[in-house]
Write a protein that binds this ligand. Sequence first.
Ligand code: 2P0
Length: 321
Amino acid sequence: MQATARAQPNIALIKYWGKRDATRNLPAVDSLSLTLSDLYTEMEVRFDAGLVADVLEVNGERDEPLLPRVVRCLDTVAGPDRPAALVRSTCNFPLGAGLASSASAFAALVVAAAAASKCDFDTATLAGFAGEASGSAARSLYPGIVVLRSDRERVRVQSIRSPAEWPLCVVVAITDPGRKPTASGAAMEISRSTSPFYGRWVDEQPRDLEIALAAVAARDVAALGAIAEHNCLKMHSVMWSSRPPLCYWNAATVRCLETVRVLQGDGVDVFFTIDAGPQVKAVCTASAVTDVRAALAVTDGVHEVMVSGLGEGARLTGGSA
Ligand code: 2P0
């Protein structure tokens, strides 16, 4: 009753920010994302009737704060009568820092938990389970460029381009590897209930998504970048206009945006996006990676630069009876 799965985080270009139904964790807006290849979470789930309670270890350390969400997710996948589980997660990038570590963690968790409990769910069902635990995690079940749509009942997720069909790259500039001050779920609720711009954000999302989908269909980096940057800055405007204000940026975040603008001025195919953290993700073509990485690495305040291509959805990497 043991299985291991691997999943990568995903980076949204059309963002999920706000919930339609907090109890079932259904997003208020549809989203578009890139599943990465080089950053990952590996998750081992071992059901063991000899254990008295579930145990969670993240990178070798007990993680009590995250345990209740993991327990709920295991109950959803394997049923509440399941044996207790030892869950061990390892991650090769900073946690809780706006790099979608919960997306890769819960995507890997549902795949490993289903295999360890011998439940044969399809990917759409597993994506639904992952999304209940973390809205963005549903997207990490799928490869390449991914669309998530939702209604009052469920999320529907699909991959619209494989990594091979449009091999974009993401250069991540880490400006602060520490944990974010406000978790995304709590912050979304603050925005929904206090930002004067929240309603407009939700209303404009279908149009932004349609423009992005047309840009993907045409493999048009400039058009995709224009709508992705606009959507990102709109989401951060909703955050900034919340009460209390939610500002995930630091001074180096802004300097990275200036670096991307200089690169664009030089004709480099690149655009930025920023999530609930101070890191800047520069999306570019494979031929632009060297220039983008070099420019961000020497930007004042950048601690580290990570580079990734696009990758597969969550998958099983090991298991035994
Ligand atoms: C996204 N983010 O689309 C957006 C952009 C952060 C900014 O999805 O409450 O951890 O667990 O459903 O998925 C991060 O939020 O939130 C997120 P919950 P999640 O990637």
